[in-house]
Ligand binder design. Sequence first.
Ligand SMILES: C[S@@+](CC[C@H](N)C(=O)[O-])C[C@H]1O[C@@H](n2cnc3c(N)ncnc32)[C@H](O)[C@@H]1O
Length: 238
Amino acid sequence: MVTSSALLKNLFVCPEESNFYSQCLESLVLSQCSQGECILEFGSGDGKPVINSLLKTEFNGVIYGFELNQLAYKVARDNILEYALTDKYIIRNISFFDFAKPTTKYLISNPPYLPALDNNIYQPLLHGGSDGSLISRRLLSLDYENVLLLVSSYSNPESLINYAITKNYHVSNFLVSPLKFGYYSSEPKVKNTIEEMQKKSQAFYSSNIYLLAGVLFTKSHKAKVDLSTELIQIMTSL
Ligand SMILES: C[S@@+](CC[C@H](N)C(=O)[O-])C[C@H]1O[C@@H](n2cnc3c(N)ncnc32)[C@H](O)[C@@H]1O
């Protein structure tokens, strides 16, 4: 019998965030894709966000997911089987970075973005480096044409968006949602880092909420608009 606290420590569980990722995937990516598009996903978790989106949209391509956590991978594999989506959602239990090649037009992820000095936290695979933006930067450095990322207002958002600009990305669209601090972001080691970052204008939040944005970064020669100034204003507003 797996207790809920053991589950939280071994598998990413945050329905509000996963549902928001799913909503961003539907409206920022799946609704724009051409027929038979192939999409790569970093960090599938239990697979539910992509499964929910696939069940709600007419997307007829394939999503290839990568999940390093073995338990999450097994749960995702079972969920995909249960919903008979094995031809549309194919996942592998290896690190995305052992595979990544920019052969597809879309990379999607709700990436690890918890800031902390090291990865000795409840779930090491949710660690996003010392300011929370490390994995997102790595994903933006791989040269995919379109990258959908969830970006947190407490993980050095301005610097991350400016980094994307140096990699020739425009912010072509975004959605923003308020979120409450949860199990992972309230861990003292993470919360202390976020507090220190706030003093350096690298983390933006109130006592009640932080902001989470689903951001579609598109290579500048393909983007119709650049909303990076507006996004920075919103993400640094708390
Ligand atoms: C914030 S969770 C998101 C999970 C799921 N996409 C969701 O939104 O519910 C990030 C996921 O990335 C996975 N992960 C971390 N490093 C990884 C890597 N190098 N390759 C593949 N997955 C990785 C973690 O195990 C975790 O499940």
